[in-house]
Ligand binder design. Structure first.
Ligand code: HPA
Length: 268
């Protein structure tokens, strides 16, 4: 695996002419429009990158974009791999390891989730302060010792300094933020009412189907992480989960999310 990661990183390095990304960004729900803010230098379709997982979903284009935003050199994943699509955890997290080898010093992620905290409203942005992992751990198997330790510490998983900076930026820009614990399940089903109640009891504030594997792998490599979730539905209400609603709420929250991430890049 480790050799594959190196091979892929070398393939990319040979094509980006010394460009060294400082920040890796996973453009999940809420950051769909962020790609347009990148002053793109290089971009690769996932399907042309050797070793990258091959998308199973027709018309679901994925691209790795290298460029500048707010004076920062970034590498952005336009499209991520979800465990529920059938990828192995090693595939879901492969791009994060490649980005690490390319030199990122920090990982930004966004996603959509169902609010469990009763004070949350649809459209809110929740800064992820911690997570509860209910998926298979991506580090199960032989440890890649050159990347990180066998038993990685998960304190400060979501970097406190970055969270404090986000708070300051949001106050200045008039962006309302919620804070909470993201519960990562496999999906693809939305939760039952009993499961949402269970997630609340165990300490969750929002439920989602992504992000946790990528964050664990980033923390294995000691890369600081900042994550924000768009609350697209309220799990404990009677409304049913709907993918189109999730997408629509994500787009609506996009402007605030982009403003916040741009501020974070500016002040890094
Ligand atoms: N559960 C899991 N994932 C989600 C949800 C949810 O309610 N909403 C958006 N993504």
């Amino acid at each position: 695996m480790s050799e594959e990661i190196k091979k892929t990183a070398s393939w990319i390095e040979a094509r980006i002419e010394g460009f060294r990304p400082e920040v890796g960004i996973i453009l999940g729900t809420g950051l769909g429009g962020f790609a347009e803010r990148i002053d793109t230098r290089y971009a690769f379709d996932y399907k042309e990158i050797p070793g990258f997982p091959v998308s199973t979903v027709e018309g679901h284009a994925g691209r790795l974009i290298f460029g500048e935003v707010e004076g920062r050199r970034v590498v952005a994943m336009q499209g991520r791999f979800h465990y529920y699509e059938g990828y192995a955890m090693s595939q879901v997290t492969f791009p994060v390891r490649v980005m690490a080898l390319l030199g990122i010093r920090c990982l930004f992620v966004s996603n959509a989730s169902g609010g469990i905290n009763p004070t949350f409203r649809v459209g809110d942005l929740m800064v992820i302060t911690d997570h509860i992992n209910l998926m298979p751990n991506p580090l199960i198997g032989p440890n890649l010792a050159e990347l990180g330790p066998r038993f990685p510490d998960m304190h400060n998983c979501y970097d406190k300094v970055l969270i404090a900076r986000a708070t300051a930026i949001a106050e200045r820009e008039g962006i309302k933020l919620q804070y909470g614990v993201y519960v990562g399940g496999t999906g693809p089903t939305f939760e039952t009412q009993a499961e949402y109640r269970y997630f609340k009891i165990i300490g969750g504030d929002a439920a989602g189907m992504s992000t946790v594997p990528e964050v664990i792998v980033a923390r294995h490599m000691s890369i600081p992480v900042f994550g924000v979730s768009v609350i697209t539905n309220c799990g404990l209400s009677d409304e049913v989960g709907d993918h189109d609603d999730v997408q629509a709420q994500g787009r609506r929250a996009g402007v605030r999310m982009e403003k916040l991430f741009c501020g974070m890049l500016r002040e890094l």
